[in-house]
Design a protein around this ligand. Sequence first.
Ligand SMILES: [Zn+2]
Length: 164
Amino acid sequence: MKFDLIDLLKVKNSLLDIVNTTYVLPGIKNVLLKDLINEEKIVYQENRYKTPEQIAEKIKEKGPKKKKIIVKNEQYYRDPDIISYAKKRANGVCECCGQEAPFLKDDGAPFLETHHLKALSEGGEDSIENVCAVCPNCHRKLHYSSHREELTKEVRDYIANIYN
Ligand SMILES: [Zn+2]
């Protein structure tokens, strides 16, 4: 697959549990996903107290930056039956916030995303008990919120309750 750097950042944000990912940046070198994440974190900190104008100036100084890169992924397999089971179990309602899915897809199905409560990369199982179907907002919260641990516990308890 070919991505430019903007696409890469989007992909990187959405795939936390990819392991051993190598990004081949032509003319540069092969870099691991974790290094790119670190680079993004470093830049985030660098830019934290800069104005948008100061950042724009920095971007301008770097010159044209649209590049195609080749991305090679090693990823845990996710059983599509578990994904569709979790979405049917949720029945169009986020299993985290309890709100309706934010929109319907072309086929009329509500848009929800599946999330592993314990990441596959951290030894979590690809099982119906470890997967929830959530709205995109809650999905991001489960990954990035300062309250993600409490939130994860709430969803885990909710799912566990279904099977008790
Ligand atoms: Zn939600």
